[in-house]
Design a protein around this ligand. Structure first.
Ligand code: HEM
Length: 441
């Protein structure tokens, strides 16, 4: 295997592992804040106990996010040195902002959240919880900005160095930050993260109900999570649509890949599922005719730019992009269905009566976690062969001094460490779940 492919495999492996924890902490941060807010306003101690229980699990997830995130920054230097030189001016300033403005707030106030329950006033504790949640979202904001810049670069100019190589320098900071896809992408990512945290709460409390434990607190937690979740998933579908409009405008070959649309002389169809044969330039499956054109332009007969208009070497692996994208959308719809059921089953207490419903709900956290990975794969693989869209190819971003041997060594090393970390994560979370919701008040 080539050094480029191995570097990509290593990056995919480390970032996919990392990308489990920040979304969970963003979503959990919101619910911790909600639980505590309800407690402060109503004095209902069940919410206090819930907030305290979840703050411990939050701390474990936060720790995992930090441990796995540090790897990413080193990896840019070791495996993607040419890319880092090229994008350094953009990435350096944004990552510094992330560290100083977001991570410090989150990490600093987390200590008050964890240790300050009986030491600071109710309101100051609530404020600290809010800042932890805000810090986690602010952290995501800067990361999403860099990522979006790679997708839709703006506010830069290209400078040639003395050694003949090129680099992108920021010429307009605001334009760089508010590049065409950053804010829509941020909204979509934040909503997906909130859903991850909400579903984690639903899963653990559905598990408690399955085991006939902490029924009263668990029903309260599931009610708070599923009611907020139902609103968020509807917003998520709308924000996904908005993201698709941006992709249509700035990355038409990516949009065409999402729906396997080859012929520019025809309107675009919307596939429910299907299979793309890139060599034969065909897409087969079940689709709604002209619906893609209608959703993009409100005109069902609008012709959309097709994959045939691009050189083969400028296209991503279309079927992978198609499948990952459609799986994300399908999971979004499944989440809508489950959240709807949960909300509408409060009245007849169906969750308490039906074992299958409890079982499905207790593993439901896998849905948003998987959707996040798949959505991200579709966005990133859909950008290929570019590491910076239309400016730098992925093969040109890789470090030149690495051998395949080095990469196998580090991939296996990371694999072993991540297996250990996964074990540690499940062990510590399980311990908290088994210890249960204590009656602090
Ligand atoms: C159900 C309807 C949905 C639609 C129409 C939709 C649409 C989209 C589109 C068009 C993109 C690509 C953006 C780009 O390439 O620039 C995207 C990316 C993504 N989606 Fe969705 N999505 C949906 C549901 C979900 C759900 C339920 C989740 C997770 C809970 C999710 C998580 C993501 C993530 C993490 C990305 C990658 C964002 C990035 O580039 O950083 N999506 N989605």
């Amino acid at each position: 295997m080539s050094v480029e492919l191995l570097s990509r495999i290593q990056f995919a492996m480390t970032i996919s592992f990392h990308y489990v924890f920040p979304p969970l902490s963003i979503g959990l941060g919101m619910l911790m804040f909600f639980f505590e807010l309800i407690y402060v306003r109503t004095n209902n101690v069940l919410y206090y106990n819930l907030a305290r229980f979840w703050s411990k699990i939050f701390a474990i997830i936060f720790g995992m996010g930090v441990a796995t995130g540090v790897v990413m920054e080193f990896q840019f230097g070791t495996n993607w040195a040419n890319y880092s030189r090229y994008i350094g001016d953009v990435m350096g300033s944004v990552l510094a902002a992330e560290g100083l403005l977001a991570f410090m707030v989150e990490a600093g106030f987390l200590s008050i959240v964890l240790l300050g329950w009986d030491r600071v006033s109710k309101k100051f504790h609530l404020f600290s919880t809010f800042l932890v949640w805000l810090g986690s979202m602010f952290s995501a904001l800067w990361i999403v900005i860099v990522n979006s810049w790679q997708q839709t670069p703006a506010g830069y100019h290209i400078v040639q160095r003395a050694d003949g190589s090129y680099r992108a320098e920021v010429s307009d900071y605001m334009e760089m930050i508010f590049n065409p896809s950053s804010m829509d992408r941020f909204l979509h990512v934040i909503l997906s993260s909130l859903l991850c945290g909400l579903f984690l709460v639903i899963s653990i409390h559905a598990y408690y109900i399955l085991r006939k434990k902490y029924i009263k607190s668990s029903l309260l937690a599931i009610r708070t999570a599923s009611m907020s979740g139902l609103v968020l998933i509807i917003l998520q579908i709308a924000s996904g649509h908005q993201s698709a409009l941006i992709v249509a405008e700035y990355q038409p070959e990516k949009l065409a890949s999402y729906e396997g649309h080859f012929d520019s002389n025809k309107p675009g169809n919307l596939y429910l599922f299907g299979w793309v044969n890139q060599e034969q330039k065909t897409t087969k499956g079940i689709y709604i005719p002209k619906m893609l054109s209608f959703m993009i332009s409100a005109d069902p007969d609008m012709k959309l730019i097709g994959l045939n208009d691009f050189k083969e070497e400028d296209l991503p692996p279309v079927n992978i992009v198609f499948q990952t994208y459609h799986a994300m959308v399908a999971l979004g719809m499944a989440m809508l269905g489950l959240l709807g059921l949960l909300v509408f089953s409060f009245k007849n207490r169906w969750l308490l009566k039906n074992k299958w419903f409890q079982l499905v709900s207790s593993v439901s956290v896998l849905m948003p976690l998987l959707a996040v990975q798949l959505g991200w794969f579709s966005a990133e693989i859909g950008r290929q062969p570019w590491i910076v869209y239309h400016l730098m190819r992925t093969k040109d971003g890789v470090s030149t001094n690495l051998s395949a041997y080095d990469l196998w060594f580090s991939i296996i090393g990371f694999g072993i460490i991540y297996i250990f970390l996964t074990g540690l994560f499940f062990f510590t979370v399980r311990r908290q779940v088994v210890a249960g919701i204590k009656k602090y008040k």
